[in-house]
Each structure stands twice: as C-alpha cells, then as structure tokens.
Design a protein around this ligand. Structure first.
Ligand code: GAL
Length: 922
C-alpha cells in the first residue's frame, strides 16, 4: 500500500524544475538568511538556552500518555546489522483516538503548498490541559537543571552485554523514552502588541509544546528546525510557563540520534508586521569579475489586525573573514512600498547589481567571501523590523564531463560524509567542537561535506560558509519504506512535504550548499515506477523551493535502467561506482552484488553529473595492526583477515572495508579511471556514535578517517597524500614497538605525496620504490621486524621531497598533554581539546601504550568528557578516569561562563610521571 497517498499531497509546480542544461547555460548562485542574536529595531532574538528544568521518566516508570501517535509493536527487536539491507514495507500501527497528532499537524501548514492539504486544529480544548507538568504552578524544583543544547543520553551509562536495551546501532546509550523540559518566560505588559515566536533548531524527537497549559503545536522530525507562534497564548505582564515534551523512540535510527533539545532555542519578538520565518531568499545571476545581478525575495507577514502600508528597503554590506560588517553599504535594492490587508503575507521580488563582486569559493584555491543583506521595514518613516541575510556570490555549474565548477574552476569533490554527533559530547551541538572537526578535515585536504543523512545544526552551515566547504545537504534516510521499525517512515505521509520545504527554506541562502539530497539508499529504489513517482513528487517540491540548485539521490541498488535512477538531477552512487561485493567469496550471495557502475550510468545519462555520494566505508582502529596483512588492495573484514572480533578491533593497515565497500586505494583507482566522476564523499570523515559495523558489541563506528576522539588514523595521511599533492609529506605505518615479534614479517607501508621513496631499517636500505600507475601507497610487505629505527625518504620528480623516522621506544615513563588552544572564551560554551600521550624517558610518544589515567581540574572550568577513540570502550564519556588507547586520550574542557581565570588540568597514572596543562579562559 502506498501510505503516502493516504494524505493528499500537492505539488502543483509553480516553478518548473530547470533542466541541467539550463543550469549550465545560466550559471547560478545562492545566498542565505542568517539571523542575529542581538536586539535591533523592532526585532529581538533572545537565546532560551539557559536554565531549563528537565525530567526524564525512568525506564521502570510508565510515561504519561500524551503521545503523538501510536507506534507499531516491534516484532523483531534484533539489531539492524547490515547497512545495505533491503528496506521493508511499513507495518500498520492501528489507531487510537487518544493521540495528539491532530493538534500538532497544523504546525506543518506554512510548509504545505496547497491550502486543501493543510490541517485544521481540532475544535475544543487541546489534550494535556490538566496534566501537572504543563501547569504554571507545578513544582519542578526537584527536576534536574540543564542548559541547552542538551543531550540526555550521552552521559550513559552504556548498555553492555549481549541483549542491550538500546543496541550498538544506536550507540548503546539511553536515548529512548519520554522526557519534559520546562522554563518560565517573562513577557512585559508593554509587549502586548508584539508577535512572539519560539524557534527550536532541533529537538530529538516528537516535540510537543504547551504554553500556560495549552498545547500550541510541535514537530516530530528531530533534525529539522521549526517555529511556533506563541502570541495567542501569552499572558502579558505575567510569568508564562513553557513545557516541551519529547518522546524519542528506540529502534528509530541506524546510528546514534541523540536525545533531547540538542540545538539552540530562541524567543523571537517582532512587530506584528515583520519579515516572515526564513523570509528572504537571495540568488544571483550573470556573475563575472566586474558585476553580479542579485535577486531577492522578501516575504512580509502582517499579523496585526489591520491593513498596513510599509516600505521594504534592503542594503548590501561586505563581511570580512571574521564576519565583521563593512562600514558602508556597497549596493541596495530599490525601496518598495507594499500594502497588506490584516492577516495577509506578501512576497516582494527585487533586483540589484553588485559591481566588482568578491566571489564566494571553496578553499584552498578560492576565498569564501560573504555579504550581508540588511532588510528593514518602515511604517510612517519608523523602522519596525530589521532582518539580516548572509549570502555569497558565486557561479556554480554542473558539467557531466568535468563535474562541479565553482566560478569557472573545476573543483573535484574531495568530500567526506559526516554524521551529526560530536563524539564524547554527543548530539548537543557545540560550535567549537564542530569547527575542530572541520579544521582537521581541511588539514587533510577535504573540501566538501555530505550531511549524512539529515539537516545539520544551522551553525554548522555558518561554519561551512565561512571556512569554504562545499556541502551536499541531505534530509532523509527513509521515506515510506522502513529501515528500522520506528524511523521516519512512520511520519512520512503527513510530514514529508513540510519537512522538505522547511529544510530548503532554512538553508537555501548558504553559499556552501551546492546540492539538495533528499534520500539515502531509500527503499523506494526497489519499487519501480511507484518509487520513482514518489521521488518525482519530492523532486518537484525541491525545485519549487529552490530552482537554483540541482538535486541528488544516493543509490546503492538502483541501476541505470531502473525507474528510480532517472529522477534526480545529479547521480549519487553509494559504492556502486567501484562495484559491490566483487570478491569471489560473495558468489551466490543474496545481498547486493554489483559490477562497477560509473561507465554504465555515464552512458545512460550522458548529460548528468555523477559522483560517489558514499565511497570506501573502510574500517580501522587507530594504532591496531593485525597479521597477516592482505596482499590485495582491498579486502572485506573477517577474523584473521584484518579483523579481531574478540577485541572488536580492525587492522589499521587501511586495506579493509565493509563487505560492500572498498579500500581508499581502490576508490582512487576507480576515480582515476573515470575522470568524468565529479569526486566522492568518503564514508566517513570522523567516526560517529552508533553503527559500529562490523562489531555491534561496540559503541561507535570504525569507518572514520579520524577517530571519535579526533585522533588521526593512518588513513588521514593516505587521503592527505592525494588531496594535498603540493604538501611534502610521507607517513610510515605501522608503529615500531613490537616486542615478541622479532624476526617475524611486519609489512611496512608508506603514504606520501611524493612518487617514490626509499625505506631504511636501522640504516640499511630496504630498497627504493616508485608508485606504479593506479598505485597510491608504497609497500614493503616482507620486512622482518627488528627493534630500532625505521626511516623513509620520499622523492617527487626525482627530487628529495619529505622524510619521516619512527623509533622503537622504551618503557612508559610520563604523560604529556597538549591542547588545540591554550586560551579559550569564558562563555560556558567554548572548549579546549586536551590530548594526552604516554611518552618514554626520551619523550617519545608510545603508540601502543594502554595505561589507566585520572584527570583532575582546578580553576573555573570543568572536564566535560573524556575519550580515547576506542570504539569498544564502555567507560562513560563524562568519566575523568579512562585508559589510553594506542597511547592517547582526550579530555574536553569547558571554561565557566563569565569566570575568566586560569585552569590547571592534571593527569596521573600509577607509576608514571604526572603531567599538568595550564589553560586561560578570558
Ligand atoms: C551505507 C549507508 C550509510 C552507512 C554505511 C556504512 O550503506 O548509506 O548510512 O550505513 O553504509 O557502511
């Protein structure tokens, strides 16, 4: 049954999708609305992040019955182990009158195009009115006090053992269940004539909001941003009680979803006549070095009870690299007078020209220049609203032979997939933690991020704009067909349109966003014309909301001759380009087995760009090397073949991958053999929480190039050698501490941006080797281990290029701490990432040391979390006691808000010299 059809779905395309050729011919640009956290004439955006009362029902308790909807029983609570399993049909849940869904659905209305399809709030009193938690006088003093962004599950403890309540897929953390957040709002009598909105950037999940005992609305999908108009429910001049209920289902995700209000929350106060939610949309045309035409749509809402006339004025300013606005505007749109009836909204279309534009472009070859459009509404000469829109001017072209061009330059996508969590900090968004992720990726030469598989925090896109990354912004991992019993398929029929439209409206001004992806490996790949028809509906919605960017769908199954493959503008292939399960051992498997597809798709869709939306999915545990080492260039993981299921670790020779994936070497080869491929996105940049394939006994993944703690695996250097060919570097693996393996075979591999290298063991040359065609590493597979010194000298075009030496160390002697920064802001948010290494008496890091650690802190700060990057480590993240893994550990330190001063972190380990690290917060 097509559940989608149960709810009328309207897509009368107001704007026809542009063909790729049109896009090519016109070139096109994008920009963005970024709101401000400051008061400005007529509009205030106030952070509501501080001081919430929080209560989560204990799992032994029965939660209240204020449920959004009935969910299907789970027949098979087993793990959903294999990522490329075929998604299955939805299960009927049965229905009940006692659900709150009818009151929540109207929140979707602004994002439903056809008025016929919009929802009507049921008559009468909304449910929950008498429930204690929503009452203003309910005593919540016994509840926990929390600050947002907040992830209630990250503290753990982990569910360990064989039948965990929450499985490895969702990170073995207590994400499940119902929880409440309460906060009081002061609204003065003078604000009686204001419109007041609540904006939630993300709450996991099924959020429902009460104000002063009345159910206002909500939003089920945990990754989208949404707004509620609180105005009708406000008590002016009194305390107002806000209560938010979340209900986060188990078995709802293939990865760690987080739990709670894990992004920012704002209170927005405006004049009743104001720029609407995400009410500006900037695009550009005819971009050249001398000029660019900038088009802008401004949406004005008249929420006052009377007809009004206002003047809309917009000026454009340059932003410098720190985000500081230039003193004088550099262009303006013509002032426009509009008259709006009470309750009416209008959309103004304006055009201007920017002379000598400073273009936005990806690093390192271009500079991500930004502009800001400042829109004011004036009534009788008085400014009544002020709205800021950050955008970039750039020309983006998609060419089926060359790939992606930005401002005329071909930019190969050197991309990674990133899930939303921030490792030991969980899903609670933190700007500095996200910035650190991007900084390390940029150091590797990465220039593009695919947001797997959901809209990111708005601040992440501010970072990608500013730091010059290209972004594939993605919304769904499932549509009607399910991957896990409680995933998005349950709400797809009612919410797909609203989620899709709000996703695009929020993000369409960001210059870093170059494509909309609206499905990852969805089950509709398998349902022929029915699946394609559903894809076409979503495709139309995306083009209505943003005709300037192409769309993509990630396909791990659909082949060029299947209906699904024809729909999206850009072909995104997951693993199919390289071929899936081609090794003889997979003969006769009932899983996906596919010969390499790049040529086939290129032949079938000669006008479309093709890229690897997921490539590699190779695995490794940092610093763990297992023997023997495969002689092939890629291999699936098995015990004795790169895998150790007992200790749940994968060999870091960087040759092992998920059954359907490939090593980086094979991916590079396939990309080089198919130069029309626009590039690819590695699965993944950083390890993420949950989805610990191949060992679901663990808590976090093995596929990252960088581990969960932010430590580089060897793979980092393999990618860097390819992505930054101009950077002289050579990297040796494995480490050289192998007591007991003397005389045994110990393959040595080098990753270098050079083309040739000579390897020396204790000053004896083991030979000079040159990379052959389609070879990306140099390997000496028959070295026999002897302690001492291993040295590599790399050459490029015959010239000496780079050198590295590693040595066998002595016994552990002391601890050494360093940090990404020694000065951080005392704002209660900024973080220092303090890394610890175990060193020998000569100060040499010990890559194989496992020692117990204890961290303490003095001064105005706290250790928020610790980690070591070991996917199998079940020590809770907030513990200040932890073992080092492959010689390293991490402590994440936050300075107290408004308490500048000096912080000392001390690390101790029995028998070793302690280490101290000083940090200043200011
Ligand atoms: C893909 C999937 C990703 C992830 C990956 C793991 O099939 O799209 O979300 O599960 O496999 O290897």
């Amino acid at each position: 049954m097509n559940r989608f059809n149960k709810v009328p779905f309207s897509c009368h395309a107001a704007i026809r999708p542009l063909s790729l050729l049109t896009l090519l011919a016109t070139g096109w640009i994008v920009s963005c609305a970024v709101n401000v956290n400051k008061e400005s004439a007529g509009r205030e955006k106030i952070s509501l992040n501080e001081e919430w009362a929080f209560y989560r029902y204990d799992i032994t308790e029965r939660a209240d019955e204020l449920t959004y909807d009935i969910r299907p029983e789970i027949a098979d609570a087993g793990e959903y182990l294999v990522a490329d399993a075929r998604p299955t049909e939805a299960v009927e849940a049965g229905s009940s009158a006692a659900v709150l869904k009818p009151w929540i659905l109207p929140t979707a209305n602004p994002f439903i195009a056809d008025p016929v399809d919009r929802y009507t709030r049921p008559e009468g009193e909304a449910p929950g009115k008498d429930f204690p938690f929503v009452q203003p006088d309910f005593d919540d003093s016994g509840w926990k006090r929390v600050h947002l962004p907040h992830d209630w599950a990250i503290e753990g403890p982990f569910y360990e053992g064989e039948h965990p309540l929450v499985g490895g897929g969702m990170g073995r953390l207590p994400v499940q269940g119902v929880a409440w957040y309460r906060k009081k709002l002061e609204i003065t009598p003078e604000e009686r004539d204001k419109s007041i909105f609540l904006e939630v950037e993300g709450a996991m999940s099924y959020a429902m909001v009460w104000l002063n005992g009345t159910l206002v609305g909500g939003w089920p999908y945990g990754y989208n941003t949404w707004q509620l108009d609180l105005t009708p429910y406000i008590r002016y001049g009194q305390e107002n009680q806000l209560a938010i209920r979340l209900d986060n289902p188990n078995h709802s995700s293939r990865w760690y979803p987080g739990a709670g209000i894990y992004r920012n929350v704002w209170l927005i106060k405006t004049h009743p006549v104001h720029v609407g939610q995400w009410g500006t949309y900037v695009t550009t045309r005819e971009v050249s070095a001398s000029s660019a035409t900038v088009d802008m749509e401004v949406n004005v809402d008249n929420d006052s009870g009377s007809d009004v006339t206002v003047v809309v004025a917009t000026e454009i300013y340059e932003l410098d690299s720190t985000g500081e606005k230039g003193k004088r505007s550099i262009a303006f749109f013509p002032d426009t007078e509009i008259t709006l009836e009470a309750g009416e909204s209008s959309k103004e279309k304006l055009t201007t020209v920017v002379k000598n534009p400073r273009l936005w472009g990806p690093k390192p070859t271009q500079t991500p220049h930004l502009y800001q459009a400042i829109t004011t509404l004036k009534q009788n000469g008085r400014v009544i609203d002020h709205f800021e829109t950050t955008f970039g001017i750039r020309e983006l072209q998609f060419n089926s032979e060359q790939g992606v061009l930005v401002n005329g330059e071909v930019i190969k996508l050197q991309g990674v997939n990133q899930h939303h969590d921030l490792g030991a900090l969980g899903a609670a968004f933190n700007r500095r933690a996200a910035e650190r992720q991007l900084e390390l990726l940029q150091e590797m030469g990465c220039n593009a991020i695919r947001m797997a598989h959901n809209p990111p925090a708005p601040e992440l896109l501010e970072l990608t704009d500013r730091m010059g990354f290209l972004v594939v912004n993605e919304i769904f991992d499932s549509w009607e067909r399910k991957k896990t019993p409680h995933d998005f398929h349950l709400i797809f029929p009612e919410w797909a349109e609203a989620d899709t439209r709000s996703f695009v409206r929020r993000d369409r001004n960001h210059p870093s966003v170059i494509m909309w992806s609206y499905g990852n490996e969805v089950g509709e790949q398998y349902t022929d014309e029915e699946g394609a028809a559903l894809a076409e509906r979503l495709e139309r919605i995306l083009h209505e909301e943003d005709p300037t960017r192409p769309t993509t769908l990630s396909m791990n199954y659909a082949k060029p001759d299947m209906p699904f493959a024809r729909v999206a503008g850009v072909i995104g292939l997951n693993y199919q380009g390289e071929g899936i399960r081609q090794e003889p051992e997979f003969e006769g498997t009932d899983r996906i087995r596919t010969v390499p597809q790049y040529d086939r798709f290129h032949a079938a869709f000669p006008g479309k760009v093709i890229f690897g939306s997921e490539v590699a999915s190779s695995f490794s545990s940092r610093g763990i090397y297992l023997f023997p080492v495969t002689e092939k260039i890629t291999s699936p993981v098995r015990d004795g073949q790169g895998g150790d299921s007992e200790n749940a670790q994968v060999s870091a020779y960087e040759l092992y991958a998920v059954d359907f994936g490939s090593s980086p070497d094979k991916v590079f080869m396939m990309q080089d053999k198919h130069p029309f491929v626009a590039g690819g996105f590695v699965w993944t940049g950083w390890d993420h929480l949950g989805e610990p394939t191949p060992y679901y006994s663990s808590r976090s993944s093995y596929c990252g190039i960088i581990d969960l703690a932010g430590f580089k695996k060897d793979r980092f250097y393999l990618y860097q050698s390819r992505w930054r060919p101009e950077l002289p570097m050579v990297h040796i693996l494995p480490h050289w501490n192998w007591p007991g393996r003397e005389g045994k075979v110990m393959p040595v591999h080098l990753f270098t941006s050079g083309d040739e290298a000579e390897l020396f063991l204790n000053d004896r040359s083991l030979g000079r080797k040159k990379k052959g065609q389609f070879e990306y590493r140099l390997r000496w597979d028959d070295v026999r281990y002897e302690p001492g010194e291993l040295k590599a000298i790399a050459y490029k075009n015959g010239e000496r290029w780079a050198e590295e030496t590693i040595e066998t160390t002595d016994a552990p002697f002391s601890l050494l701490m360093q940090a990404d920064r020694s000065r951080i802001a005392a704002d209660g948010r900024d973080l220092a990432f303090v890394t610890l290494q175990v060193v020998d008496q000569k100060g040499r890091p010990m890559p194989d040391a496992s020692v117990p650690l204890h961290f303490t802190i003095e001064g105005p700060g706290e250790i928020v979390a610790t980690d070591n990057g070991n996917a199998a480590d079940m020590t809770p993240f907030h513990s200040s006691t932890r073992e080092t893994f492959s010689g390293q550990a991490l402590a994440i330190v936050r300075g107290g808000a408004g308490k500048p001063g000096s912080i000392t972190i001390t690390a101790t380990s029995p028998g070793l010299k302690e280490s101290k690290f000083m940090l200043t917060t200011e």
